[in-house]
Design a protein around this ligand. Structure first.
Ligand SMILES: C[S@@+](CC[C@H](N)C(=O)[O-])C[C@H]1O[C@@H](n2cnc3c(N)ncnc32)[C@H](O)[C@@H]1O
Length: 318
């Protein structure tokens, strides 16, 4: 929690900008100086900061990773004012989740995660920004993993603010893209398409992926969507894709899969988040295949991209 508070107050950023004395850091951050000093001393014990004899503090290598400009992009995750750092507080309900099989989030915050985001724009914005930066690193790999020459229209289902779709169409001028997402996120995607100069190729369809999707596209992309949902809900989303896809088209699932690889073992932590926050789950490749089968789709190809995610291509079974 001390690390979360330091990340939320951006203490590592302030130290990196040259401010190292707790009193001045406290006045820059508008917090209680005595409490901040105690927090920073604890962070020194925890290996995030070191305390100099002068009374100033500096960042350790671990502390450096909490800077906003660090390439690992970790800082927004523990920020308790952002959607995901805040949602981690639902981990206090993990016992209840394990007892009941239901996500704790609603009990802690009074409504399901996605409703909370829709009704609290700053939370929605923080989630969208974090997703765009997370995917930023893998967007090229996902775009390159698929053969686009035979595709004329791609629907990015739950496509977020559009960075993935913009990346895909930029390398493929013949492609048209449609992004489906909830209204505020779809509106942000529309703005992103203009900024990225791809608005002539990309459009948005605000709405829910539990409703019928724009029909007859050759490729429906589900990038980090199904893990947010229970098997029942994930099958409903896949079924919408299966109903909409053109006869020779593909439904492509991008997810980290549970297996014995380094990525596969690391995502058990994310699986706990899926369980407590969303009522979703991380899955093995065989579980995605079984899910696809229940909706009339079959896995025809699966490959792992260098950053660790798997790109799972499904085709209509008949
Ligand atoms: C984990 S994010 C993934 C975003 C993007 N595909 C990516 O790979 O970064 C899940 C997305 O699902 C969207 N979403 C959640 N519920 C939805 C619904 N019922 N219909 C459409 N989109 C939804 C969210 O707004 C969010 O953009």
């Amino acid at each position: 929690m001390a690390i979360r508070v330091a990340a939320t107050l951006k203490i590592p950023d302030l130290i990196a900008q040259g401010e190292c004395h707790p009193d001045r850091l406290a006045s820059d951050s508008g917090v209680d100086p005595g409490s901040l000093l105690r927090l920073m001393r604890h962070l020194a014990t925890a290996g995030i900061l070191t305390e100099r004899p002068s009374g100033g503090f500096e960042l350790t290598d671990r502390g450096e990773t909490l800077r906003s400009d660090h390439p690992a992009g970790l800082r927004p995750w523990p920020d308790t004012t952002g959607a995901l750092g805040r949602s981690d507080l639902a981990f206090f309900g993990l016992l209840e989740t394990v007892r009941t099989g239901q996500p704790a989030y609603e009990g802690v915050f009074g409504r399901p995660f996605w409703d909370d985001l829709s009704e609290t724009p700053e939370l929605g914005d923080s989630f969208d920004t974090l997703m765009a930066s997370e995917r930023g690193r893998a967007a090229d790999e996902i775009a390159e993993a698929l053969a686009w020459t035979s595709v004329s229209t791609v629907v990015d289902v739950g496509g977020g603010t559009g960075s993935q779709l913009a990346r895909i169409v930029k390398g493929n001028p013949h492609l048209r893209g449609v992004l489906v997402d909830l209204p505020a996120t779809a509106a942000a995607a529309g703005r992103h398409f203009v900024e990225e100069d791809v608005a002539s190729q990309c459009s948005t369809a605000a709405g829910s992926f539990f409703e019928p999707l724009p029909p007859d596209a050759d490729l429906y992309l589900l990038s980090f969507i199904l893990h947010d949902w229970s098997d029942t809900a994930a099958a409903r989303i896949l079924r919408r894709c299966a109903d909409a896809v053109a006869r020779n088209g593909r439904v492509v699932i991008v997810e980290h899969v549970l297996d014995d690889s380094q990525t596969g073992r690391r995502i058990t932590g994310m699986d706990m988040r899926m369980m407590t926050t969303f009522g979703g789950r991380e899955r093995a490749l065989s579980e995605y295949a079984a899910l696809a089968e229940t909706t009339g789709l079959k896995v025809v190809q699966a490959q792992r991209i260098p950053s660790g995610a798997s790109v799972i291509e499904c085709a209509p079974a008949t």
